[in-house]
Write a protein that binds this ligand. Structure first.
Ligand code: FAD
Length: 383
């Protein structure tokens, strides 16, 4: 594993950073304030070819790995949290399910449009009655000839309002535990399928969160990903790799707040000196920089393991857990450095303070990450 980026990754970082600073950063406060899906920003990422970054070349993607994805997500998140959530959900949750578990027909049918941005993907696992304990999901999909009939609802679904392709986790055999769960692609417009806006989020306000309702919604059986009863494995595997993406998002959010903190500390004067000349502030900056670097190293190790096809469940959980808590601590310190001016909108540190909070909740809470890590340590040994 390299400790620094390859030449190609460095180029990718520069290209994404230029785009993020030009197109995302100047609009981030408005996206947050208006709670508006960042369509123009999403289209810009599509034009750069980033939506298909990790998709197979045969289906219009770039065939890149999670190491490249982590580089890109950090840059997007450093500029606009909402856009990074939209991007992560599209690429490393929804599209990844089809890329990894779709058969040749399914990949041909959906991936080229997802890679080009012609279609948007969502990932629907959580329900009103089940979040961390995803196995308890109540939405059913009962086979009826060549179709599944779906009934139930999903909540907190990112991209829900705008997505065209939804990977929905359903229970087809309640008596069979995790072997009763299927992953089924539902397309917008399917009969009996409706989407309702869920507004009022604390942060990531542009990420178009929705409730999905299925009422005798009929979907062709050919839309099921992988074999009958493999849906739970699909969800676990996708969430495990997507934790690299959330960790990278946290690094970007933290870096955005940290850079704002450094900039402010070198402009604002108190007691006849710049804030950056007070040792208490210097110590905050030092801790922030060190923790961001440590989170980045954990994240790139996790990405490297995923890309090499090596065991990674513990390491992606560690990266997500640590990076999300770093983002929290860094956002807290960056706001503290800004004093009262950091508490009012539009202030970048105020926005990041709200945006980062959900990273300790979605794609598995911090408590769930600790359970995953502990189980792995106790099963495989402490090293
Ligand atoms: C903005 C946002 C976007 C989201 N996007 C999506 C999406 O696109 N798709 C999707 O499917 N879901 C999405 N989610 C849902 C998210 O993944 C869940 O909120 C998360 O998994 C937690 O589930 P829950 O909210 O039901 O909390 P619960 O599972 O009810 O947990 C409540 C609290 O109890 C703790 N807890 C639960 N079980 C244990 C245990 N065994 N030991 C110790 N502590 C425990 C949890 O850590 C948490 O602190 C999103 C959520 C938000 C807020």
């Amino acid at each position: 594993m390299r400790a620094t980026l390859s030449e190609q990754q460095e180029l990718l970082r520069q290209t994404t950073r230029e785009f993020a600073q030009r197109e995302l950063e100047p609009n981030a406060a408005r996206v947050d304030d208006e709670e508006r899906f960042p369509r123009q920003q999403f289209d810009g990422l599509a034009k750069l070819g980033l939506l298909g970054l990790t998709m197979p070349e045969a289906e219009g993607g770039a065939g890149g790995g999670y190491s490249e994805l982590a580089v890109v997500i950090e840059e997007i998140a450093a500029a606009c949290g909402s856009t990074s959530t939209v991007f992560v959900t599209h690429v490393s949750l929804g599209s990844a399910c089809i890329a990894r578990y779709g058969n040749a027909d399914q990949r041909r049918r959906w991936l080229p449009a997802l890679a080009s941005g012609g279609k948007i993907a969502a990932f629907a696992l959580s329900e009103p009655g089940s979040g961390s304990d995803a196995l308890e999901l109540q939405t059913t999909a009962i086979r009826d000839g060549g179709e599944y009939v779906l009934n139930g609802s999903k909540i907190f679904i990112t991209n829900g309002e705008v997505a065209d392709v939804f990977v929905v986790f359903v229970n087809s055999h309640r008596d069979q535990g995790h072997r009763g769960i299927n992953a089924i692609v539902v397309e917008r417009g399917a009969p009996g399928f409706s989407v309702a806006h869920m507004g009022g989020k604390m942060g990531m306000r542009g990420s178009a969160t929705s409730e999905l309702v299925f009422q005798d919604c009929r979907v062709p059986a050919a839309n099921r990903l992988s074999d009958e009863g493999r849906g739970y494995s699909v969800a676990l595997s996708i969430l495990s790799t997507s934790r690299v993406s959330i960790a990278a998002q946290c690094i970007g959010l933290a870096r955005g707040a940290y850079e704002a903190g450094v900039a402010y500390s070198t402009q604002r004067r108190t007691f006849g000196a710049l804030l950056s000349e007070h040792q208490a502030i210097q110590f905050m900056l030092a801790d922030m920089a060190t923790e961001i670097d440590a989170a980045r190293l954990l994240t790139h190790r996790a990405a490297w393991l995923v890309d090499k096809g090596l065991p990674h469940v513990k390491e992606t959980a560690m990266a997500k857990l640590f990076a999300s808590e770093v983002a929290n601590r860094v956002a807290h310190k960056a706001l503290q450095i800004h004093g009262g001016s950091g508490y009012f909108r539009p202030s970048k540190v105020e926005r990041v303070y709200r945006d980062q909070r959900v990273t300790e909740i979605y794609e598995g809470t911090s408590e769930i990450q600790r359970l995953i890590i502990a189980r792995s340590i106790l099963k495989d040994g402490a090293t």
